[in-house]
Design a protein. Structure first.
Lengths: 354, 227
């Protein structure tokens, strides 16, 4: 039987360069999950032996401002053209983006240059006039999780733990959240496209877990850019996350993994807000469902110390998950500074157990 | 003086996003903003394709164009290849350029975003920066963030970042040369002019509303951000 058109996406793959990456950092990840990107680079360099260039000259792509209706398209186009120029100066051709919003921006601007060639010409002229720089378009542009997906088997081979409940032997139930701008804008740039995104599901399958296929799996986390950035508008954001939590809860997920820095943040923090405002929690026994980035999950399974990779900086804590995985950890070390100095502990929320 | 439509049509996002809408409403059905607010992308595209200059002006002065969350789910689903979100982006840009944004409660709020995210970009090289994100402004950050911010010098060291350092790595200082490049790009491409327009029109509106307007988190900013 001939496959239906949509079925073609289930096997859809894209080109992901094998080595020599220029790494473009994320504003949200650096601030809210400050150990994640170093962990990512360490996994690529130390575990997989890859060459990753971390550039001190790069800046924000300005994507959050752009999607909030704040800056012109010509401005963001020229900012990303400058990032390409920095990649050229460093001698790289493969551009790896650490943020889904940003990844969507880079792809969108490249597509716009194809559809409206005069915009590329104008961008080149603007960059030259403003900074004296010129640029070449990357040979390969991917999201950071695409590289983890590409090497998921190598990571599995070196992992100390699997996504399996150490007490029962059952696979852990894992929710994947892809982030709208990974593939909804340009499906051909996402593994599995927009219909069957497999970039995180592939990690769950390879690392021993069980995917949770719940009704609102593809719904937005609710960032909404200007809707979150204004306190008066945040009801939009928490309402959309709540819709997802309510939809996934009957499946009793052990863990959420997220692709996008913003989504990771909202799925973590809105659980705290819903617990404190509504008295409702989504994990077992008053806990939340831990929300990890893809490299935080890889780091845990590879045996990194959970407190050195920053898991204590999430509001929903991960001890319950680590106990299920059979990972031992030193509770006393959790909130210590460098050299073991005592930094006190965060206050406990009223409702959400931490 | 070009008409509003002539100005809108110059925007490549309008050209790409508005092909021919048959009003099926799939965009509204999939839209997270339509589900939680008075927002209807199907209705907006229908108004746009009627090419009524007065109706367009009303739209540019309305709250509705500011309710989209730019998730772009509409792009995936439109059976005619339209992208309502791109049209919204073009409408928002035109609303600021014409000064109509201050006529709506939601449009006015662009000043509050300009004075946070917008100014952070040119000051730090980041859209968001830990030193500016306090729990009062962002209470959903929770107690863990309060603790992390209080101990950020120590914790950023433990987590191996380059916070406040002049070298590559997480949360490094953005070099003066890079910040200068950003400013020159903003000057060259209309970013600076856009920010100046937001400030200028907002000053007029604050005066009309009799709310204190100066800079940073003044009374007008607090009003826009919180209410």
């Amino acid at each position: 039987m001939k496959p239906r058109n949509n079925d073609n996406w289930t096997a859809y793959q894209k080109e992901i360069a094998d080595d020599h990456y220029y790494f473009a950092r994320s504003c949200i990840r650096q601030n809210f999950f400050p150990a994640a990107e170093n962990l990512y680079i360490n996994i690529l360099r130390d575990l997989l032996g890859k060459d990753v260039f971390d550039d001190a000259k790069q800046t924000s792509c300005t994507g959050i401002a752009y999607h909030s209706g704040l800056i012109p398209m010509e401005t963001i186009m020229t900012v990303i053209a400058r990032q390409f120029s920095l990649m050229n100066e460093a001698g790289y051709e493969n551009f790896v983006v650490s943020c889904v919003t940003s990844f969507g921006i880079y792809v969108e601007m490249l597509e716009t240059w194809k559809h409206f060639p005069e915009t590329e010409k104008n961008t080149r002229n603007a960059l030259k006039r403003a900074t004296g720089k010129t640029f070449e378009i990357p040979k390969n542009i991917v999201h950071a999780s695409d590289v983890i997906y590409k090497f998921r088997k190598e990571i599995a081979a070196k992992a100390k733990y699997k996504l399996v409940n150490a007490n029962t032997g059952e696979p852990l139930k894992v929710v994947d959240h892809i982030g709208c701008h990974y593939a909804k804008i340009f499906p051909s740039h996402g593994i599995g496209g927009a219909e069957y995104p497999y970039v995180l599901a592939g990690l769950i399958d390879e690392w021993g877990g069980q995917q949770v296929d719940y009704p609102e799996r593809r719904h937005c986390c609710g960032f909404g850019f200007r809707q979150y950035l204004l306190k008066s508008n945040r009801g939009y954001s928490v309402t959309n996350s709540k819709k997802k939590f309510d939809s996934m809860q009957p499946y009793k997920p052990d863990l959420i993994i997220a692709n996008c820095p913003g989504c990771t943040f909202f799925l973590d923090r809105w659980q705290y807000v819903i617990a404190e405002q509504e008295g409702k929690t989504y994990g077992e026994n008053g806990y939340g469902i831990p929300v990890l980035t893809y490299e935080e999950l890889a780091g845990l399974l590879l045996g990194y110390d959970p407190w050195d990779i920053g898991l204590q900086t999430h509001q929903v804590q991960s001890e319950v998950l680590m106990e299920k995985l059979g990972i031992s950890f030193n509770k006393a070390d959790k909130y210590k500074g460098p050299g073991g100095i005592d930094l006190g502990v965060p206050e406990n929320p009223v409702t959400l157990r931490c | 003086m070009p008409t509003l439509y002539e100005q809108l049509e110059k925007d490549v996002r309008y050209q790409e996003g508005m092909k021919a809408c048959m009003n099926c409403g799939v965009c509204t059905a999939i839209c997270p903003a339509a589900e939680v607010s008075d927002y209807d992308p199907r209705r907006i595209l229908n108004i746009i394709q009627e090419r009524d200059e007065t109706a367009l002006e009303t739209l540019l002065k309305s709250d509705e164009i500011w309710r989209c969350g730019e998730c772009l789910s509409c792009k995936t689903r439109c059976p005619r290849g339209n992208t309502p979100c791109y049209v919204i982006q073009a409408l928002r840009a035109l609303s600021i350029e014409t000064g109509f944004f201050i006529e709506s409660e939601q449009g006015r709020k662009q000043l509050a975003i300009k004075r946070t995210v917008g100014d952070h970009i040119l000051k730090y090289g980041y859209c968001v920066y830990i030193d500016e994100v306090d729990n009062e402004t962002y209470p959903e950050q929770g107690p863990v963030w309060k603790w992390l911010r209080k101990n950020r010098d120590s914790m950023m060291k433990r987590l191996g970042t380059s916070y406040h350092k002049n070298k590559a790595g997480t949360l490094r200082n953005t070099a003066r040369e890079s910040l200068d490049d950003l400013k020159k790009i903003f000057d060259e491409t209309g970013g600076t002019s856009r920010f100046e327009k937001i400030e200028k029109f907002s000053a007029d509106k604050a005066r009309e509303m009799n709310i204190e307007f100066s800079k940073g988190k003044d009374e007008y900013w607090k009003f826009l951000y919180n209410e």
